[in-house]
Ligand binder design. Structure first.
Ligand code: SAM
Length: 305
């Protein structure tokens, strides 16, 4: 019993601080790449604790940079940590960490948007979707410009149970940074549901949500109207909102998951009745007719309908 305890407990030996690593390897943050680094190990420990118990876990860290979160993950007694970093300047510092944690840290110099994590960990970790989540976790602190397309890709992967979700309901713990020098981070922990809250194809849900947020500060009927060709816009938007029992004067940010479920269900019915509807793309119509009024609004503007 004592043996299994020593097997799972691991602490990194004393190392230069992240600040020292940044100096040593001249790792100035590149503002154009929205690079901001977490230097405080207490903060990175706190972020990693949000992931839950990582003992013997297989962890995929996206964008480790100088390695603050990486250290906290290694100190959580994981079985293996795989990091994918695009910027080659960080690889030597990460290599130093790998030397301090023999056999635990795998470094890939690559792009998280194309990296195939479904091939990276042992097959034996795979669980049925309905089972408890596998002992596979994704952790990362990325700029919005990368985390937004990545999360949309992962949500699609969740719907298809592939990519990182080929292992089952892989959990994700992601921080969202404000794009400012002194970092203010929010941490979000996701566990995929056994049954999706909205039982419609991913492309349809994405289209409805994107349209609703097209004019993010205006009443939701404005954005949702973009689902329909101009000639039938008023009538069809009314039919959608009435059918879904959604108040047209709610702002997109006031719509709940249950509102979106009803909107997607009604829109699906409308698409089934009119086979051309789902293919309709208002941007194409806009280009054809050179309209200006449907441009997404500037977010800084607090316009009203
Ligand atoms: N995780 C580190 C921390 O918390 O201090 C660094 C955070 S910094 C905001 C984002 C990191 O992600 C940088 O190291 C950057 O080079 C890396 N990165 C950005 N886009 C990436 C991509 N597409 N693939 C892999 N790494 C990426």
């Amino acid at each position: 019993m004592a043996a299994s305890r020593t097997l799972t407990t691991f602490r990194l030996p004393p190392l230069p601080t992240i600040r020292e690593i940044i100096k040593l390897f001249r790792l100035q943050a590149v503002k154009q790449l929205s690079q901001n680094f977490l230097l405080d190990l207490k903060l990175t420990d706190k972020i990693v604790r949000k992931a839950g118990n990582l003992t013997n876990a297989y962890v995929y860290e996206v964008g480790p940079g100088p390695g603050g979160i990486t250290r906290s993950i290694l100190n959580a007694s994981v079985a293996e940590l795989l990091v994918v970093e695009k910027d080659s300047r960080f690889i030597p510092g990460l290599q130093m960490l790998s030397d301090a944690a023999p056999g635990k840290l795998r470094i890939v110099h690559g792009d998280v948007l194309t990296f195939k994590v479904e091939r990276a960990f042992p097959e034996s970790l795979k669980r049925q979707w309905e089972d408890d989540p596998p002992n596979v976790h994704i952790i990362g602190n990325l700029p919005f410009s990368v985390s937004t397309p990545l999360i949309i890709k992962w949500l699609e992967n969740v719907s298809q149970k592939d990519g990182p979700f080929a292992y089952g309901r892989t959990q994700m713990t992601l921080t969202f940074q404000q794009e400012v020098a002194e970092v203010d981070v929010g941490v979000v922990h996701f566990t995929p549901l056994v049954r999706p809250a909205i039982q419609q194809p991913f492309e349809l849900v994405e289209k409805v949500v994107q349209s609703a947020f097209h004019f993010r500060r205006k009443y939701c009927h404005r954005g949702l109207g973009m689902l329909f060709p101009e000639a039938q816009r008023l009538e069809s938007t009314e039919k959608l909102l009435q059918g879904a029992d959604v108040d047209p004067t709610l702002r997109p940010t006031q719509l709940s998951v249950s509102h979106f479920r009803s909107l997607c269900d009604v829109y699906r019915k409308m698409c089934d009745e009119d086979p051309h509807l789902f293919a309709y793309n208002f941007r194409e119509e806009c280009k054809r007719t050179k309209c200006k009024s449907q441009e997404p609004e500037d977010d800084r503007e607090s316009s009203r309908l």
